[in-house]
Design a protein around this ligand. Structure first.
Ligand SMILES: NC(=O)c1ccc[n+]([C@@H]2O[C@H](COP(=O)([O-])OP(=O)(O)OC[C@H]3O[C@@H](n4cnc5c(N)ncnc54)[C@H](OP(=O)(O)O)[C@@H]3O)[C@@H](O)[C@H]2O)c1
Length: 281
């Protein structure tokens, strides 16, 4: 049995490898894949195979996937990821991978988010490839918010998410769900909508106020004004538009997840906003 994990040099993929090891998967049955493989030197020291891949280079993917039974496909983060993801699916099919577990986005089949189009296209390509699959449709990471706690305390919280509900969860919980799916906990052919307890931006401001002892407010802006604030703060225009579009999507429910797929996969309550912000404070 061999499990290969793409993005293992990044945050989520690394946590997935760690979770597989904690579940007792032998290190010599795990292949950690990434571009900047020096970031995985410690995994190599622990007996995990580390192999360099480049999503643009389908031959590098075919070489890396040879002999792999299950592919944990952590989505890429570059603008041309639709083509890059197609290469991953092609290589998985060509090399006879037995299962692709793909990290998609919440409500991928109906989400209005700009970011969702690539995930939807990748899901469709995976289905068309005929390779058995599991889709893990992740909502936002709680870290998207907890990483900004100092800024929130300094300047308050600004966004364009209205009173939309966000079913965010920690990367660690999403990683545990992925490791569960890779070790028999999920059913092939299924999409799992993954998220934690939902909160609004006003609820986030209340939580930060409670934990910091300062009164933090949430200011809701029209999407175009929020783009301007982000650009003024140093975010490049294209990135600012994607972030603001994320908030627009939150306002229309795109990041709200029904049901308890995450809890069922990980076998416990996901970490809450209160717990994650306390840990990050
Ligand atoms: N749900 C959310 O809130 C949220 C937020 C942000 C992103 N995401 C999505 O979730 C994914 C995982 O999140 P993360 O926090 O772990 O991201 P991350 O830390 O940025 O990791 C991205 C990983 O993708 C690899 N990668 C990127 N382009 C590649 C290429 N051309 N060829 C091979 N590998 C490539 C990187 O490799 P190197 O580091 O070795 O270059 C890295 O291992 C992201 O890539 C993105 O699709 C979700």
């Amino acid at each position: 049995m061999s499990i290969a994990v793409t993005g293992a040099t990044g945050h989520l993929g690394r946590l997935i490898v760690e979770s597989l090891l904690r579940r007792g998967v032998p290190p010599d049955q795990i292949v950690a894949l990434g571009r900047n493989v020096a970031k995985a030197d410690d995994l190599r020291d622990r007996g995990v195979a580390v192999v360099q891949i480049q999503y643009d280079d389908v031959d590098s993917l075919r070489l890396a996937f040879a002999g792999v039974d299950e592919l944990m496909f952590v989505s890429g983060n570059e603008a041309r990821k639709r083509e890059q993801h197609r290469n991953v699916v092609t290589a998985a099919k060509d090399t006879g991978v037995g299962l692709i577990v793909y990290t998609s986005i919440a409500n991928a089949d109906r989400s209005t988010l700009m970011l969702a189009a690539d995930h939807r296209a990748t899901e469709q390509e995976i289905v068309a490839s005929g390779v058995p699959f599991v889709f893990l449709r992740n909502s936002w990471y709680l870290e998207n918010y907890t990483s900004q706690l100092p800024t929130y305390q300094e300047r308050g919280i600004v966004g364009a998410a209205g009173d939309g509900e966000i079913s965010a969860a920690t990367r660690a919980d999403f990683a545990d769900a992925a490791a569960a799916a890779l070790t028999g906990g999920a059913q092939a052919g299924q999409a799992y909508e993954l998220g934690g307890a939902a909160f609004t931006m006003a609820g986030l401001a209340d939580e930060v106020s409670r934990q910091s002892g300062k009164q933090i407010t949430y200011t809701d802006l029209p999407v175009d004004k929020y783009v301007g604030v982000l650009v003024d703060g140093g975010t490049p225009q294209a990135g600012a538009e994607i972030v603001a579009d994320g908030d627009r999507g939150v306002a229309s429910g795109d990041l709200h997840v029904e049901g308890n797929d995450l809890e069922r996969l990980i076998g416990r309550q996901p970490t809450t906003l209160a717990e994650a912000s306390r840990d990050a404070m």
